[in-house]
Design a protein around this ligand. Structure first.
Ligand code: ADP
Length: 533
């Protein structure tokens, strides 16, 4: 079944067992690491303030969150779900809020930050907006994600929906930053000094932790896709980050604070890694599909070639006969004393050849349209005789001795006369050509029909020609395989498909002492005559 476009996006793909195990392992490792740091009681150990770390961390967060947002927006443009738009906006939020956060961070761009006022306070407020904001986006995502397809945004173009979200998010962050700067003197204080947090922070951290926990619960209850699974891990890392950097003591540049930043980096890049991985997988599948398609196209072209070659091959023989007879007829008429009777004979033959060409065309069509075959009971020895008559002049011209071997019994088969005659004619023509190719030596064409032990019929055409090279034996029945300069390589492939459509086999083996034998073996089911039944 063809997969729908939506089945290939992260928000719809169900997680595999391995992905579930991987997500669980990542979550466990992070929680365990956080637990170990807290358990050692080292969480509040003050480390050196590495000035370069904050801007580096900020830039990394901005880069990974904005790339994640772009990739999620791309997924939104495919499936157009509101939920995806919300979660993408969540990543735009986290990417953009980093900018004022960095600008305000004391010591990054200026000793007291660039945003004026008590920048340490603004930094914490922005951090709160950042960390309380993202779980809210995840909660809304979780609530919207199972919305009916009718709720999906088909009315708007994806581009304008994405642009509106980016503008609204950026405007909200700018407005919030402006308000924070303007209202800062009236806002409660987060910091006791440049590094220590006040009691207010603990309540804020608890709220962020609760929002993250709520997001995890909602995602767990409504979990379905790969995106849900990894967002749960992201939220868990978020929760860990807030807890580890706030409790029991919250201060900047402690071990807990650094561990919190590491968690933050991890949570920011997790979805990005998963998205990149999944996109690569989808890309690989796409390459596979394109390759398969071009192979299929190639196969179709070969089939087209084969059909064209089949028609040309089958029509060539009667056409050549028509031309020869017409030329003979004209010669009879061009004589000083024209002989219209002899010319008339040739013209009659031309009519017969023309009819045969028409019947051959019908046969080719019937071969492609299996049910159009006309099956009747046929006397195989009569069919052999009729076919030999068609090549009589060739046989005479090339001084080929014909040896017909049959036990004189009535061998009847159920089949399509034109098609089976076509097979015999092809095999005999090949035999003649193989003997001409040798040049010297006896030229004996053997045609043998016999009743097999199992009640089936075998018809063999043998020659004393050049024989089949051992390396070619596996290929001679392949369409377009030929060793002749003028050959088309279709005869044997057509013969085999005709014989197989009569529930039989066409075999080839070496003749003794030289040449080749082609044998048609028909099963008893096709060879029980109504007379003998
Ligand atoms: P074509 O006659 O156009 O080459 P065929 O499918 O009839 O196409 O035969 C494929 C190839 O099988 C020939 O090119 C030839 O090499 C080999 N072949 C067929 N019949 C004989 C034969 N009686 N003796 C030797 N080689 C044969």
């Amino acid at each position: 079944m063809a997969s729908r476009e939506g089945d290939l996006v992260l928000s719809n793909l169900p997680p595999s067992r391995t992905q579930q195990k991987l997500a669980l392992s990542v979550a466990l490792v992070i929680v365990l690491a956080a637990f170990l740091i807290s358990a050692t009681g080292e969480q509040q150990v003050r480390l050196a303030a590495i000035d370069a770390l904050v801007p580096l961390y900020g830039m990394a967060m901005f880069a990974s969150d904005s790339i994640t947002a772009v990739l999620l927006f791309t997924q939104f443009s495919i499936v157009r779900s509101r939920a995806l738009l919300v979660i993408s906006s969540g990543y735009v939020w986290t990417a953009l809020v980093v900018i004022p956060w960095l600008l305000s961070f004391p010591g990054v761009f200026a000793p007291r930050g660039l945003l004026g006022g008590s920048s340490s306070e603004i930094t914490v407020w922005l951090y709160t907006l950042w960390h309380a904001g993202f779980p809210v986006f995840v909660i809304v995502y979780a609530l919207l994600k199972d919305a009916e397809p009718a709720m999906r945004l088909r009315r708007f173009s994806a581009g304008s929906a994405i642009l509106s979200c980016i503008i609204v998010t950026a405007a909200s962050i700018s407005a919030a930053t402006y308000l924070l700067i303007a209202l800062q003197p009236y806002l409660p204080s987060f910091m006791i000094d440049a590094v220590m947090f006040s009691g207010l922070w603990y309540y804020t951290a608890a709220i962020i932790a609760l929002l993250s926990a709520l997001a995890i619960i909602l995602l767990w209850v409504r979990r379905k896709s790969l995106l849900d699974l990894w967002l749960m891990v992201v939220m868990l890392v978020f929760l860990t980050e807030v807890l580890i950097s706030s409790f029991p003591v919250s201060a900047r540049f402690t071990l807990g604070w650094y561990a919190g930043r590491t968690c933050s980096l991890l949570s920011g890049s997790l979805i990005l890694f998963v998205l990149l991985y999944e996109i690569t997988i989808v890309y690989a599948r796409l390459i596979g599909a394109v390759r398969a398609q071009s192979r299929e196209r190639g196969a179709r072209l070969i089939t087209g070639d084969a059909v064209a070659a089949t028609i040309a091959h089958e029509i060539k023989q009667p056409l050549a006969a028509i031309i020869t007879r017409a030329e003979t007829g004209l010669r009879w008429l061009d004589r000083t004393t024209p002989e219209p009777d002899k010319a008339k004979e040739q013209f009659k033959e031309i009519v017969a050849d023309g009819r045969r060409a028409g019947a051959v065309m019908e046969g080719i069509r019937a071969n492609f349209k299996k049910d159009a075959q006309i099956r009747t009971w046929l006397d195989i020895n009569m069919l052999i005789e009729e076919t030999l008559t068609l090549v009589h002049s060739d046989l005479q011209q090339q001084r080929i001795l014909v040896r017909i071997e049959s036990r004189g019994e009535l061998l009847q088969i159920m089949g399509d006369r034109i098609q089976l005659q076509q097979v015999l004619l092809n095999l005999i023509t090949n035999a003649i050509e193989a003997m001409i190719a040798v040049g010297e030596g006896p030229r004996i064409l053997g045609v043998r029909s016999e009743l097999n032990e199992d009640g089936g019929v075998a018809v063999s055409v043998s020659d004393t020609g050049k024989g089949i090279e051992p390396q070619d034996i596996d290929q001679i029945f392949n369409p377009l395989f030929t060793t002749k300069p003028e050959g088309m390589g279709m005869g044997l492939s057509i013969c085999r498909s005709i014989v197989e459509s009569h529930d039989g086999n066409l075999l080839a083996f070496p003749n003794s002492p030289q040449g080749a034998v082609f044998q048609i073996v028909l099963r008893p089911s096709m060879t029980t005559s109504p007379a003998s039944a």
